[in-house]
Unconditional design. Structure first.
Length: 515
C-alpha cells in the first residue's frame, strides 16, 4: 500500500464536524434572505423547522465562513440524507445518523482523495472504494478508515494486489499482477513475495517454490516457455537471492579464492611485463586498458573480450592491450580488476608510453551506484568499489596525458566531473542520475556497449562520432522496451559525452597515421 494512500485514510471525529464549519470557505449558494429559525452557540445560522426548540426535518445550517450542512435533522443533529462542507475543504454527501456519517455516502478531501461507500459512526466501514490523490485505489472492505478484509489495491505503477487486508496491509496469500505482465499467487510479507508461491512472467516462464524478499529463495522449479541455449527447459533445486545454487559453481568459487590468493600477484606482474613498449615508428601509439568490474555477471567479461579483439584488429593495439577481468572463469588466466591492479596497470602503461603523445583508451564496464562508484566484485570475494575521485587520482598519478575513457555503467555520468580536462574524451552509458540497461548474465553486451562498440564504431570516423550514433540506437531500443513492457514513463539512460578542447586534434593526428 502506498504511503500516500495509507496517509490518506485518517479518522475524523463527528464531535469536530461543526467545529470545522467555523473555519472559512465560500458558500455554495447564497443564504436565504429570510431570518434564521435559530442560531447556534458557535455562530451557526439554521434555516428550517424546529420541533420542541430543536432542529428537526429538512433544513440548512450555515456559517459566515462558508461551511454548511444541508439535509435532514432529527432532535438537533444531522440525520438522514444530507450534504456537509467543512471549512477545511472536506465534503460529504450521503447518509447521517445521530450526527455522524452513517450509511452510504461520498467523501472528498481538499487534496483530491475520494471515498465512496459505507460509513459507520463517522468512519469508512464496510464496502467502499478509495482513490488517493496520486491515483492509487482500493476497492473492498474497510474498518475504521483502513482497508480491512477482502479487497483489491491498485498502486500508482499499475501493480494490483488482491487478497485479505489487515489494518491497511495485505496479509497471507494474495494475487499480484504487475504492469509488465508478471502474475503471482502466494504469500506476501511487507508487499513482497515471501513464502510459497507461483510466479508467471509475460513470456510464459513459471516458477513454483519458495520466495524471500521478492526473489526466488529456497527450493523451487523454474520452467521455461522456450528452451534455453543449451536445450534445457527447467532449472530445479535450491535458490539464493534469485540465483540457482550450483554445487559445481560453489566449488569453483572456493577454488578461485585460493587461486587469487596465491596466483594473482604474479599473474598481474607477468601480464604487465608482456605489454610491448611503444612503436617508435609511430609518433602516436594507442594503448588499451579494459576493466570488467563485476564477476557475478559474465556480460562484463564478454564485453571486454570483444573490445580487445576489436581494437587489436582495427586499431593496432596487439601487444599493447590489457584486460583486468572479474569472472568466475578467468581467475587462473587473467588479472582481476581491483583498485590495486587498476592503479598498477595505469602506472605500468604510463611507463611504457610516451606520456606526452600516446593515447590511452580506458574502457570500464560494470554496475554503477548513485554515489558514482564502479562495482568491483569477484564471486566469493568482497572487493572495494572504485569511486570516481579515486580513478581520477590514479590517472593523475600515471602521468598519462591523452585519454579516451568509456564507462558503461549505471550513473556513469557522475564520473565526468572528476575526470575531465582539456586532453580527455569521456563517454558514459548514462547520465549521473540515470540507470543504464542490459546488465544480465546471459547477455553478450549491455545496451550501450553493443550500440557503441558493435554497431556504431565500425561505421564511424571517430570515437565521438560513434557516440552520436550509439546514443540514437540506445534511445530507440529503450523506447521499444518501454512500449513493450507498458513502461512509457520509464526514464531513459541518456548517455553523455565530454570532449576536452585539445583531444580532438590529437585523435585526428593519430588516425592520420598509417596503421
Amino acid at each position: 500500500m502506498t504511503a500516500t494512500l495509507r496517509a490518506s485514510l485518517r479518522p475524523y471525529t463527528l464531535a469536530g464536524l461543526l467545529a470545522f464549519a467555523a473555519l472559512g470557505m465560500p458558500p455554495l449558494c447564497a443564504a436565504p434572505a429570510k431570518a434564521p429559525a435559530a442560531e447556534t452557540a458557535d455562530g451557526g445560522r439554521y434555516f428550517g423547522p424546529l420541533v420542541a426548540g430543536k432542529m428537526h426535518g429538512q433544513g440548512r445550517l450555515e456559517y459566515a465562513s462558508g461551511a454548511f450542512y444541508e439535509g435532514g435533522f432529527a432532535r438537533g443533529v444531522f440525520s438522514g440524507q444530507g450534504k456537509l462542507r467543512q471549512a477545511s475543504g472536506v465534503e460529504y454527501t450521503g447518509a447521517f445518523r445521530q450526527g455522524a456519517f452513517d450509511g452510504i455516502g461520498r467523501y472528498t478531501s481538499p487534496k483530491g482523495e475520494i471515498y465512496t461507500g459505507s460509513f459507520v459512526k463517522g468512519s469508512f466501514e464496510g464496502q467502499g472504494r478509495f482513490q488517493g490523490a496520486d491515483g492509487a485505489t482500493f476497492e473492498g472492505h474497510f474498518k475504521h478508515w483502513r482497508p480491512h478484509g477482502a479487497g483489491k489495491l491498485t498502486d500508482t505503477d499499475g501493480t494490483v494486489f488482491e487478497g485479505e487486508f489487515v489494518q491497511g496491509q495485505v496479509q497471507g496469500k494474495a494475487r499480484v499482477t504487475t504492469s509488465d505482465g508478471i502474475h503471482y499467487e502466494g504469500e506476501l510479507k511487507d508487499w513482497k513475495f515471501e513464502g510459497e508461491g507461483v510466479l508467471r512472467t509475460a513470456e510464459g516462464d513459471e516458477y513454483r517454490g519458495s520466495f524471500k524478499n521478492g526473489q526466488f529463495d529456497g527450493k523451487g522449479v523454474l520452467r521455461y516457455a522456450v528452451a534455453q541455449a543449451d536445450g534445457r527447459r527447467e532449472d530445479s533445486g535450491n535458490w539464493t537471492e534469485g540465483q540457482l545454487d550450483d554445487p559445481a559453481l560453489d566449488k569453483l568459487t572456493r577454488d578461485n579464492i585460493e587461486l587469487a590468493l596465491y596466483g594473482q600477484q604474479s599473474l598481474l606482474e607477468r601480464s604487465l611485463a608482456r605489454v610491448l613498449p611503444r612503436d617508435a615508428a609511430k609518433k602516436i601509439n594507442l594503448y588499451l586498458l579494459g576493466v570488467a568490474g563485476d564477476g557475478a555477471q559474465e556480460v562484463f567479461h564478454r564485453e571486454t573480450a570483444f573490445v580487445q579483439r576489436q581494437f587489436d584488429r582495427d586499431y593496432g593495439t596487439v601487444g599493447r592491450s590489457l584486460m583486468l577481468v572479474n569472472s568466475r572463469n578467468t581467475v587462473a588466466q587473467q588479472p582481476m580488476a581491483t583498485r590495486t591492479s587498476i592503479a598498477a596497470s595505469l602506472d605500468a602503461l604510463g611507463a611504457k608510453m610516451d606520456k606526452n603523445n600516446d593515447i590511452l583508451f580506458l574502457f570500464l564496464t560494470s554496475h554503477g551506484s548513485p554515489e558514482h562508484e564502479l562495482a568491483l566484485a569477484q564471486n566469493g570475494m568482497d572487493l572495494h568499489s572504485l569511486p570516481a575521485q579515486e580513478l581520477a587520482s590514479m590517472l593523475k598519478h600515471s602521468g598519462i596525458r591523452w585519454k579516451v575513457i568509456v564507462i558503461s555503467a549505471c550513473y556513469a555520468g557522475g564520473f565526468i566531473a572528476p575526470l575531465k580536462d582539456d586532453n580527455t574524451l569521456i563517454i558514459t552509458a548514462a547520465r549521473s542520475d540515470r540507470t543504464s540497461f542490459g546488465c544480465d548474465d546471459q547477455n553478450d553486451f549491455t545496451y550501450f556497449s553493443e550500440a557503441y562498440f558493435k554497431e556504431a564504431l565500425p561505421r564511424s570516423a571517430g570515437f565521438a562520432e560513434a557516440f552520436d550514433k550509439a546514443k540514437v540506437l540506445v534511445q530507440a531500443r529503450e523506447e521499444a522496451d518501454f512500449r513493450e513492457g507498458g513502461m512509457e514513463t520509464e526514464e531513459h539512460s541518456e548517455p553523455q559525452l565530454f570532449q576536452g578542447k585539445a583531444i580532438a586534434a590529437q585523435l585526428k593526428a593519430w588516425r592520420a597515421q598509417a596503421r
